[in-house]
Write a protein that binds this ligand. Structure first.
Ligand code: AHR
Length: 534
């Protein structure tokens, strides 16, 4: 059931209460078909050594005009029979509210560098239809534009993250977009905004200065992009004092460090006329290009090799952070992983340009491992956006006309809500190894954090698909009473939720067993647990 909470702390208290209560009264009934004997891992929680804040913005979402991501997934129009508020689906908004989505990146992606905002304002029946050349060449009706996006963000309770058009737009166009949205003064653009239904200035928390300018955003050399970035940074202004808009520059394409070097070198020498607050990193878990890993019907080979691919994120973050540290030792510029997630073969029978793919327990593990990486690098990685929010790539939510479905990835994001703006707490453990063929991976992964109410939370992932794992938690302070929370496991590695069987992969209660000074969590194979430790 979707419930409203007046503030974060009330929500977290309720969530903790729900988890604890359900843990007491609901037996854990997971018995995956592939389970066998268990391994044991000691995880020591170092509560005396607190780390940086894990920004809630690492749990950001990305909603591009792509396939059924916006149209149908979010926007059905005010006349639709599907329950909606001003055209935006109520079911999707309510599900997203449960995730406490901190920010939504829009309108792209590659789409952003061909987006002209003026086509998406004014009376819906007067908006010109255009094309979406990146994603199937379909008609872009422009019925979902600036006001509709800001309405979505407001309904969800998320900050707006706009990507301005650097590829095919002009600094003037981008500058006017921000003036239109943010000025409180009675300029012609503000009056037009008021005429279009929003007299008050909008709050735009984040602006992306282009998207993948090394690729679909204009194939710019790093130096050429840096020149553009300075111009856009200068002229794309926020006029609403109620918010400080953070500007995010295009950064690396995966392991390529040329943009990282060029942008950070320029930033080091920046002057009063321009600045940036973030550097974007895009890295998908693909396995091989073009994406051909099947989303379902795969075996342990594809499980192991895709997890190996996803763990590259750790190396990428480390590599780019090291470069950033050279130019910015105080970590003023954030590394913003604003496109990440699994990019798999399209669902058979769908338009391949719509990037629709099923979402399995493997995706849940991928989500948890990446979120752990971002949390471990919380001092530098202060924002991330999974691709994408609804119906596209590693989605949280699928829709089919009036029906909505939550994916395993959604459940991971929900279980991780307590980590939003929590303080990182180091954990010490010997991960052990999971070996399959020529792939060797850490068998478990773990993070811990203290939320704003001082509650301690631990997230543990058992990567091993054949062995359960007894995770033996110890506290450096030695005091423990209980650990309770949720575990996400599945009958098979490729188990998915479908409209016919929506709860095949869904969280169950888990409690730790007290053994002396230890609390033992028994994790099923290929599972994720998040528990509150007391
Ligand atoms: O998320 C799909 C696409 O992947 C985005 O449009 C683009 O930025 C990236 O290449």
């Amino acid at each position: 059931m979707i419930r409203k909470f007046s503030d974060r702390s009330e929500y977290l208290t309720k969530l903790a209460g729900q988890l604890a209560t359900s843990a007491l009264f609901v037996a854990m009934t997971i018995a995956p078909a592939y389970a066998s004997e268990s391994n044991s891992v000691d995880v020591k929680i170092e509560t005396q050594q607190q780390g940086p804040t894990i920004s809630r913005h690492i749990f950001g979402q990305f909603a591009e005009h792509l396939g059924r991501g916006i149209y149908e997934g979010v926007w059905v129009g005010p006349d639709s029979k599907i329950p909606n508020t001003r055209g935006i689906r109520n079911d999707v908004v309510n599900a997203l509210k449960e995730l406490r989505v901190p920010n939504i990146r829009w309108p792209g992606g590659c789409f952003a560098d061909e987006y002209h905002w003026r086509k998406g304002i004014g009376p819906a029946d007067k908006r010109p239809a255009g094309l979406n050349p990146n994603w199937g060449g379909v008609i872009e009706p422009n019925t979902f534009g600036t006001h509709e996006f800001m309405d979505l963000a407001q309904q969800v309770g998320a900050e707006a993250y706009l990507s301005v058009n650097v590829g095919s737009g002009t600094p003037q166009e981008a500058s006017e977009w921000l003036e239109y949205m943010t000025t409180p003064q009675a300029t012609a653009l503000a009056q037009e905004r008021a005429k279009n239904g929003h007299p008050a200035p909008y709050k735009v928390a984040f602006v992306g200065l282009g998207n993948e300018s090394w690729g679909c955003g204009g194939s710019m050399t790093p130096d050429y992009y840096v020149s553009q970035m300075k111009i856009y940074s200068r002229y794309v202004r926020n006029f609403n004092d109620a918010v400080t808009t953070q500007k995010i520059a295009v950064g690396p394409d995966g392991a390529d460090t040329s943009y990282t070097e060029a942008v950070m070198k320029a930033w080091q020498g920046h002057n009063w006329a321009w600045n940036i607050d973030g550097l974007s990193l895009h890295s998908y878990t693909v396995g091989q290009w073009p994406p051909s890993y099947k989303a379902t019907g795969f075996g342990e080979d594809e499980y192991a090799s895709l997890l190996k691919a996803t763990l590259r994120m750790e190396e990428l973050v480390r590599t780019h952070s090291q470069i950033m540290d050279r130019y910015d030792p105080e970590k003023k510029v954030a590394l913003v992983v604003d496109e990440w997630g699994a990019w798999l073969a399209p669902t058979p029978g769908t338009n391949k340009d719509f990037l629709e793919q099923q979402n399995s327990q493997r995706d849940a593990i991928i989500a948890a491992l990446n979120l752990n990486t971002f949390a471990k690098h919380a001092a530098r990685v202060r924002m991330a956006n999974i691709a994408q929010m609804v119906n596209v790539l590693q989605a949280m939510i699928f829709t089919d006309q009036d029906k909505m479905l939550l994916t395993p990835t959604y459940h991971v994001f929900h279980m991780y809500v307590p980590f939003q703006d929590a303080t990182f707490v180091p954990v010490a453990f010997e991960a052990g190894t999971y070996k399959h063929g020529d792939v060797t991976l850490p068998r478990v992964d773990a993070i811990a954090a203290r939320d704003q109410q001082k509650q301690l939370w631990v997230a543990v992932t058992n990567v091993d698909p054949s062995h359960a794992s007894d995770v033996r938690l110890t506290l450096d302070t030695g005091r423990f009473t209980r650990a309770s929370g949720q575990v996400l496991a599945a009958p098979k590695l490729d188990s998915v939720n479908t409209f016919a069987a929506p709860n095949t992969v869904s969280p169950k209660a888990i409690t730790g067993k007290k053994q002396g000074n230890e609390l033992v969590l028994s994790l099923p194979p290929a599972s994720i647990a998040v528990v509150r430790v007391e």
